[in-house]
Design a protein around this ligand. Sequence first.
Ligand code: TRP
Ligand code: SF4
Length: 398
Amino acid sequence: MEERVIVSGMRPTGKLHLGHYFGVIRNWLKLQEEEGGKYIFIADWHALTTAYTQTQELKRNIEELMLDWISCGLNPDRNILFIQSQVKEHAELHLLFSMITPKSWLELNPTYKDLKYNLLKLGEIKEKFAHLAERTVKEIIQKLEIKIEAPKLLEEILKEYLAEGITKALFEGAIERELLKELNIDKKALYSVDTYGFLGYPVLQAADILIYKGNTVPVGEDQLPHVELTREIARRFNRLYGETFPEPEALLTETPKVVGIDGRKMSKSYNNAIYLSDTEEEVTQKVGKMVTDPQRIRKTDPGRPQICPVFTLHKLFTDKQTLKTIEEDCQKAQIGCVQCKQILAKNINTFLQPMRERRNYYASRSSELWDIFREGAKKARERAQETMEEVRQKMNIP
Ligand code: TRP
Ligand code: SF4
């Protein structure tokens, strides 16, 4: 059997929460105990496909992710941990892959189709706002006491500004997120991401994986189309230039849905997340604010743990025995929500404790973190260079 080579990455887009932990990190931690190559990297170039206007945040986000990873227990002795942009060979392979990837493959990618849809939608919304703004602007101009040379022109300009302003406020969160949801717009439309780089996102991902001849890609379900495209690119390359790359497979493991403190899926954009870097007090406070069974108003009302977000979280952090007791006591109104939440907060804090210790150590030693990732990049680069030599040779590039 061929050796398992694992490749996975994560974009540096802000601190990690419990959803990330149970979604991806936990799988990495399991896999790191096994033999075989494990290339785990911070996909900073991928982050730039959408956040290219916020490069001032990039370094901080990378550092935050390094700290999150190491705190979680990702072991640099068992994984090759590195930053994508420190292994420039990814870019070379991306370029060569871009020569052989039909545009239609990329245009059919769901992420890209969603984007196109959002951009259309955004255009429609702007038009709507412009329409609404028209009357207001006219009235304002009429009320002005100064004489205006070209009122029509001013009207046009103001209308445009106002529509722009409202749209921008909408996306920068100055206007309620709920409204965004109502309008069915994704945050991605915030950036103008109708770029070459964004279209090519999966090509870069294919290069990330294939440059290490990765055959196993532990990712979330949302990444399946990208892995499929990687397989197609590998197949095409092999057909054109001779057998070179494996056809990697996604490794999906059961990933429980982690609920946020409001009962919806845990997500930064919902503002409902418990972060791995939260302090004990923050965790206790957030859990204290969690929604419970809405029909349980008094402590004497029997509760329904099966629909209660607090109980759903308990399942991840509380031992089976206690879980059973809580379930029964809740149904019989023998435990209050306050006490139930206290137990949960305590258990989450116990779970986070070892992470906090590692975090404390590295938080003031960021140069050690950079060293770890630089060392990783060195090892990754060696392997990447081997593959690139083979690729150039097969493609007759001198
Ligand atoms: N696209 C992945 C994500 O958003 C990140 C990623 C980039 C990745 N390159 C990769 C994941 C290669 C696995 C393998 O989560
Ligand atoms: Fe939810 Fe716990 Fe209250 Fe029951 S006791 S409703 S499980 S918070």
